[in-house]
Design a protein around this ligand. Structure first.
Ligand code: NDP
Length: 250
């Protein structure tokens, strides 16, 4: 445990696995009070228990990020419990890849609901508290796919292009005037449960074949990037981090 973030309260979305879980642990180790949210409450409870055992402070608040009222309740409960919210790590996301030709409109809807609208619900829920405090930091997890589409990933990439655009616009509107810092973190391939959301067997197998002899990032690698940006001095606004596995060509 360190006390680098001892005065800070952080909310991490998508904290039940992968990057969000690793980020929750990393922020708690750095001394932040961490609010963990995702749908799988039992996973959040287990993570919060681990953090408490290690001497940290965490609160598990299950919610569906696509439900605007549920997201607001998470933030309201955070402020009621800890008095403030300093950091939002907007990380929850899904990646049900498929070729455009298959017209999986339900999957497109779901990605837009979670990856874009859910992220915006997080922003809308924390901004009033951050504006009132005169300080805050929003960290949005986009993707290398937010810079270029790939076959089978057109709509997923579109959601991540949107995240990057939202990050840039938030910074422009809120950093110079309201002291709210904004960071867009764009990872390449990370070993997590994200691929489990790919229902299309052809795309999933192609993905797995491409990565059979390569080493992806670990969730911890990305959590370290989050920790780096939120531990800078108030004057330092790290706006973008792009972190690829050394083995990733594009
Ligand atoms: P995981 O599948 O391990 O984690 C995704 C998290 O999002 C889970 O905690 C999941 O929790 C949560 N989530 C999904 N749907 C919802 C929902 N409706 N409401 C609330 N929470 C939800 O994958 P990653 O850790 O890899 O993904 C985290 C982020 O990183 C995503 O935004 C992803 O797009 C991005 N990313 C991942 C890369 C990779 O290669 N893995 C590369 C680039 C970016 P639960 O199911 O319990 O609700």
């Amino acid at each position: 445990m360190s006390d680098e973030l001892a005065t800070k309260v952080a909310i991490v979305t998508g904290a039940s696995s992968g990057i969000g879980e690793a980020t929750g642990r990393a922020l708690a180790r750095a001394g932040a009070k961490v609010v963990l949210t995702a749908r799988r409450g039992e996973r959040l409870d287990a993570l919060a228990a681990d953090i408490h055992t290690a001497g940290g402070e965490a609160l598990a608040l299950p919610a569906d990020i696509a439900n605007r009222d549920a997201v607001r309740t998470v933030v309201d409960t955070t402020v009621d419990t800890y008095g403030r919210v300093d950091i939002l790590v907007n990380n929850a996301g899904i990646m049900p890849l498929s070729p455009m030709s298959k017209c999986q409109v339900d999957e497109w809807d779901r990605m837009i609901d979670v990856n874009i609208k859910g992220l915006l619900y997080g922003v809308a829920a924390v901004l009033p508290a951050m504006l009132a405090q005169g300080t805050g930091h929003i960290v949005n997890v986009s993707s290398v796919a937010g810079r270029r589409p790939f076959p089978g990933g057109t709509v997923y990439a579109a959601t991540k292009f949107a995240v990057r655009c939202i990050s840039a616009g938030l910074r422009l509107e809120l950093s110079p005037t309201d002291k709210i810092r904004v960071t867009d973190i764009a990872p390449g391939v990370v070993e997590t449960e994200l691929q489990d959301s790919i229902a299309d067997t052809e795309v999933r197998e192609r993905f797995q074949t491409n990565w059979a002899d390569k080493t992806p990032l670990t969730p911890d690698d990305v959590a370290r990037a989050v920790l780096y940006v939120v531990t800078q001095a108030d004057r330092v606004n790290v706006n973008e981090i792009l972190v690829r596995p050394t083995d990733q060509p594009t």
